[in-house]
Design a binder for this molecule. Structure first.
Ligand SMILES: [Zn+2]
Length: 248
């Protein structure tokens, strides 16, 4: 295998490790994921219940204000009763009074039902918060542990970045450019191993690009083994290499 190819494989490995480390640094670690998800779900439950309680309280205030308005109106109508002079006016006023009394009773029912909803939500909230406290404590503990792990990972990231810079310097500029072009197209990796596929009933061995499965000609396999220039897969253009265990 050529020296450049060897360096490229090391560079690719370091880049993959760097990506992993950065993901670990900025994401949620696997050992914390389950609790993180539970924490998020419970938190969302509490928040939606808090919103429901606030909405019920708002409804209650609106209903109570409406009741108060209607009571004012009722008072006004009752004062007017002594001043009406005709039977028709009297009848109309009685009807207004009836309507407003109906509004008062509806409003009172609404206020009562909102109060009931608010109280229910409040009771449920207390139960949820009680249960959440334990999760929050565990979550805080795990977060502390996670924070304690971060400097180590950050150091690893720094080390990998240094190694990547060194490996890049070891390669000719055009090779780095070629590698980066392919990497841009395939962020998960610019290299691919050549694998033998044994087909039952077929004597001849076939080589394939392990990334895209395109056939690799035996002549190309020889070229890779001899370590001349870098060879790209004819289909996906990834840089091909032979795995150490592969007899080629
Ligand atoms: Zn390929």
């Amino acid at each position: 295998m050529s020296q450049n190819l060897q360096t490229i494989l090391e560079l690719q490995q370091a880049l993959s490790q760097l990506r992993d480390a950065e993901q670990r640094l900025h994401g949620i670690p696997d050992w914390m994921r389950e609790l993180h998800e539970e924490h998020e779900i419970r938190k969302a439950e509490i928040e939606s219940l808090e919103a429901a309680a606030a909405e019920a309280a708002r409804e209650r205030r609106t209903a109570e204000a409406a009741v108060q308005d209607s009571q004012e109106k009722l008072k006004k109508y009752q004062q007017q009763i002594n001043k009406v002079s005709t039977q028709r006016e009297y009848g109309a006023l009685l009807q207004e009074i009836d309507t407003v009394k109906g509004q008062i009773s509806t409003g009172e029912e609404q206020a009562l039902s909102s109060l009931d909803s608010a109280e229910k939500a409040q009771t449920e909230l207390e139960t949820l918060r009680e249960g959440f406290r334990e999760i929050e404590e565990r979550y805080a503990t795990e977060q502390t542990r996670w924070e304690a792990e971060k400097p180590g990972i950050a150091k690893q990231v720094e080390k990998l970045q240094g190694r990547i810079a060194t490996l890049r310097q070891q390669l000719p500029r055009n090779v780095v450019a070629q590698f980066e072009r392919i990497l841009e197209r395939y962020p998960s990796g610019a290299v691919a191993p050549v694998r033998i596929i044994e087909r039952p009933g077929q004597k001849q061995r076939e080589w394939h690009c392990a990334a895209c499965n395109y056939r690799v000609r035996p002549q190309v396999v020889v070229e890779i083994r001899n370590g001349g220039s870098l060879i790209q897969c004819e289909s996906c253009k990834r840089i091909l290499y032979l795995e150490a265990a592969e007899p080629g």
